[in-house]
Design a protein around this ligand. Structure first.
Ligand code: GLY
Length: 576
């Protein structure tokens, strides 16, 4: 359909250019940004809940809680167990981002265990002689791997926030890696799918294949090398992974296969504590991920725009229209501005300001989609599609929202010989080749260009939502759709839905470019789809979505609820 330009669309373009040109200093005091303290919960739940994408991981968390651990010890147990049982999504060769809430003092903190580029990163490695992007080096093998952040992040959480020794929290994963387990159908499918790539490296084939083929379903799976690596981490903390024997093996394996890591890259890695993004919306405080994730800033910007509408009083078409337009504008900014805060100056005060959101809201027509081409141009960037998330609340009201990733399924597919560590392919989350599309057909931005020691931009959006009576811990995998899935979960929670309803809800997504609304089949009925198309939207069905894991706490009735996304049958949300 053709959309004719009218004066409002034109004035919108001008208005946005004006707003986007505001310097950070133009908004003196950000009224919604960077609030770190929230009131401590008025009561303790008295029992605990864990929701993750794998029942063995949920049980590891519950086991550690029963032993006297808190939500943070349980987070270490769940994350390390996922490294063993769900390696297609996350692991100690990857990274994570977490929002933690400590009940005793109300402290909210963001843990940044994102991977970094090795010092010798060279953008030329990701370009073919004809100038086209080299998708193979970006996605497979050691050049695609960033320096892992998960081990350092787990040590940090255990040492600064846990109650138990790291050995105790890592024990369930080490035990199961030795004893063995039956991989779920998703892991089997991932290995079958990636069989050819896994065959390229002997240590990858040895770990995941039997006689060069994916093992038969039902076979018992053991991972003694990863157990030994986890054990060294348990005994020596950071030194057990980033120095000494493990570090040497990682570097030797990477370099022997054509990579460029050095011992100094590993020794220099640090997990970081950062101030979360915090935004108030309809009486709820949303505590979420700051850069190097784009998630929290985008969620805050969308909520600030939506706060000017009475969504509850609208029909579905009108509500979806305003939500999509808010998504479009937030994703444009995400592409234009965001990167690693240690390397890039970002106008966060502006992006998080309600006054900035007011300007964006005024640019939204009530009855018409805004073509993305009408917005000031910003190069799009994206993150991977495969990740995992878990949520925990313990008996004292401590909370952990943790999203973990090796990027695409089975990461780089490269296992470092002698370590059992499957490396991520997170380098593809950088804008590796300017103005050339990445694996998802999207282009890259300067703020996210690769530099040694820099963290690649992520969409991971672990979040905690604290309302007058109810609290929720939420997150999801899904690449760039993580942001909009978490946003929709937050809106459903504020509308009063329970954990099961929130994870099961059908979802939709818009990310500025491509200019389409991606829709889960069954989200809109025919009349709604037709009305949205009439307004100028292009709808495109997309699978898969999810897999969200949510824990809620009704502080009035003191009821905990845990729900794992029904799209992933191996998941488990459990209250104990
Ligand atoms: N690799 C997925 C993300 O960090 O968003």
């Amino acid at each position: 359909m053709t959309i004719s330009l009218n004066w409002r669309v034109l004035s919108f373009g001008l208005l946005l250019t004006g707003s986007a040109a505001l310097s950070p200093a133009a908004v003196a005091k950000p009224p919604v940004a960077a609030v770190v303290q929230s009131a401590p919960a008025s009561r303790r739940p008295g029992h605990a809940a864990v929701a993750s994408a794998n029942f063995l991981a949920t049980r590891a968390g519950l086991e550690v809680l029963r032993q006297g651990g808190n939500a943070f010890d349980a987070a270490v147990a769940v994350a390390s167990m996922l490294s063993v049982v769900e390696p297609e999504s996350s692991g100690i060769g990857g990274g994570f981002m977490a929002v933690l809430h400590r009940a005793k003092d109300g402290r909210n903190v963001f843990i940044d265990a994102r991977e970094t580029a090795p010092a010798a990163v060279d953008a030329k490695d990701y370009v073919n002689p004809d100038g086209s992007p080299n998708r193979d080096t970006a996605l497979s093998g050691p050049l695609s791997a960033g320096i892992p952040g998960e081990p350092a992040g787990l040590v940090l959480i255990a040492q600064r926030y846990g109650r138990l020794a790291l050995q105790q929290s890592l024990a369930p994963a080490i035990r199961l890696a030795r004893a063995g387990f039956k991989p779920d159908p998703r892991l089997h499918g991932a290995i079958a799918e990636e069989q050819k790539v896994l065959q390229r490296w002997p240590a990858s084939a040895a770990k995941y294949l039997r006689n060069g083929q994916a093992p038969a379903p039902g076979a018992i799976w053991r991972d003694p090398e990863q157990a030994r690596t986890l054990e060294r981490l348990a005994q020596h903390g950071d030194d057990g992974f980033y120095h000494g024997g493990t570090a040497q093996k990682l570097v030797d394996a990477v370099r022997a296969a054509g990579g460029n890591w050095t011992l100094a890259d590993l020794a220099g890695y640090q997990a970081k504590e950062r101030t979360p993004v915090s935004v108030d919306y309809r009486g709820y405080k949303i505590i979420t991920a700051p850069p190097p994730s784009s998630g929290g800033v985008a969620i805050a910007e969308i909520l600030n725009i939506l706060s000017g509408y009475d969504l509850a009083a609208m029909d579905q078409v009108q509500r979806v229209h305003y939500i999509v337009e808010a998504m479009r504008r937030a994703f444009r900014d995400h592409n234009a501005y965001l990167g690693d805060p240690d390397f890039v100056k970002m106008p966060l005060a502006m992006l998080l300001s309600p006054y900035y959101a007011d300007g964006l809201r005024q640019s939204i027509l009530p009855d018409r989609a805004t073509p993305s081409s009408m917005l000031p141009r910003a190069e799009p960037a994206d993150a991977g599609m495969h990740t995992t998330h878990f949520s925990i609340i313990d008996a004292d009201g401590n909370m952990a929202a943790v999203t973990l990733t090796v990027n695409t399924i089975l990461g780089s597919k490269f296992v470092a010989a002698g370590t059992g560590v499957l490396l991520n392919n997170e380098m593809d989350d950088f804008a590796l080749v300017p103005n050339k599309p990445n694996v998802y057909g999207l282009l890259g931005s300067k703020a996210n260009a690769p530099v040694g020691g820099k963290r690649m931009l992520s969409s991971m959006s672990p979040s905690i939502v604290i309302g007058p009576e109810r609290t929720m811990v939420i997150g999801s995998p899904g690449g760039s759709t993580i942001i909009t899935q978490v946003l929709e979960g937050i809106l459903h929670f504020i509308d009063g839905e329970n954990a099961q309803q929130i994870v099961a809800h059908k979802r939709f997504h818009h990310q500025y470019l491509p200019d389409v609304v991606m829709v889960e089949p069954g989200t809109f009925d025919a009349a709604t789809s037709a009305a949205l198309e009439q307004m100028g939207y292009t709808l495109k069905q997309r699978e898969p979505w999810g897999f969200m894991n949510v824990v809620t706490w009704d502080r009035k009735t003191n009821q905990l609820d845990a729900a794992s996304d029904p799209r992933r049958p191996s998941g488990l949300g459990q209250v104990q």
